[in-house]
Write a protein that binds this ligand. Sequence first.
Ligand code: KG4
Ligand code: ZN
Length: 347
Amino acid sequence: TKTLTILGLESSCDDTAAAILRCNGEGAPDILASVVHGQADLHAAFGGVVPEIAARAHAEKLDICVEEALAAGQVSLSDIDAIAVTAGPGLIGGVLSGVMCAKGLSSGLGIPLIGVNHLAGHALTPRLTDHVTFPYLMLLVSGGHCQFLIARGAEDFSRLGGTIDDAPGEAFDKTARLLGLPQPGGPSVQKAAERGDPKKFRFPRPLLDRPGCDMSFSGLKTALLRARDSVVTEKGGLTERDQADLCAGFQAAVVDVLAEKTRRAIDLYLAETPQIPLLAVAGGVAANTAIRARLETVCSDLGVQFTAPPLALCTDNAAMIAYAGLERFRLGHTDDMTLVARPRWPL
Ligand code: KG4
Ligand code: ZN
């Protein structure tokens, strides 16, 4: 059987990434290389991702990522059979840089170009890492997204519900900013929360009184701001203890909401799909150990299989883009020079 070597590029937010996958025939691919250059240090002073700075850094870093991936995978450019690239959704400057880089490589090497939806990249990751078969239930939780999907095919997803305002990753990042903890907020809030008392401050559990699996996280950050200000007014500042307790309370609220909404999503999934259910989580927030542990408990209570990709493949990376590209390629779907970068692109 013929081997297929595919290069993936990702530049839709604040990570520039390149990865190389190789597979034999219809087999599962190996990840030969996965290089990620984060931009956290560039945006640190601004308290969030600055689109203009991100776009410039992607443009500068993309070819370096490709070179590093080729070197790490011991692959030469002439071995590459196809190029997959994130074509959206995301910050348009970064997505454009990636798409232009991929078009250049595709036309220069005379190989197929495959545009990939970033969300499909996250949503298909469990198939790359755990060889999960369709259909499955997917919770996609990241800095920009939060939704429950039924994945029926590489290009066939249906949405059961999701956030009506902020994504949880955004709420983690804002929490960190309000408490003076470093960005990205998810890991630093998780770390502080491990030392805190989740009952010290009481945070709301929004939308639990409503049916379905829609969620809301913007009220949580307002609650956090109020709790922080009341401590500051009372004591003149925040101690490390207060930071830890606020983080623990905040994280416990996110965990409770995700757990309860996951139960409901499983019910909705079972109503539509008779197969033995499997829940997969992906996206940067799925790296959170408290969230993972709780979702695992929910699933084992309900007799549902649970899987979560390794941490490095939960956050933004190009291996997931190369893989989603491979799945499209296998369906016979490729793009050409008319491929456009899309800031918005629902699954
Ligand atoms: O998927 P991702 O790398 O980028 C997109 O948003 O597409 O997700 C990044 C988000 C950030 O908001 C980051 O704070 C969050 O994932 N995150 C976490 C953790 N690690 C990363 N949130 C909670 N706990 C974590 N351990
Ligand atoms: Zn992402």
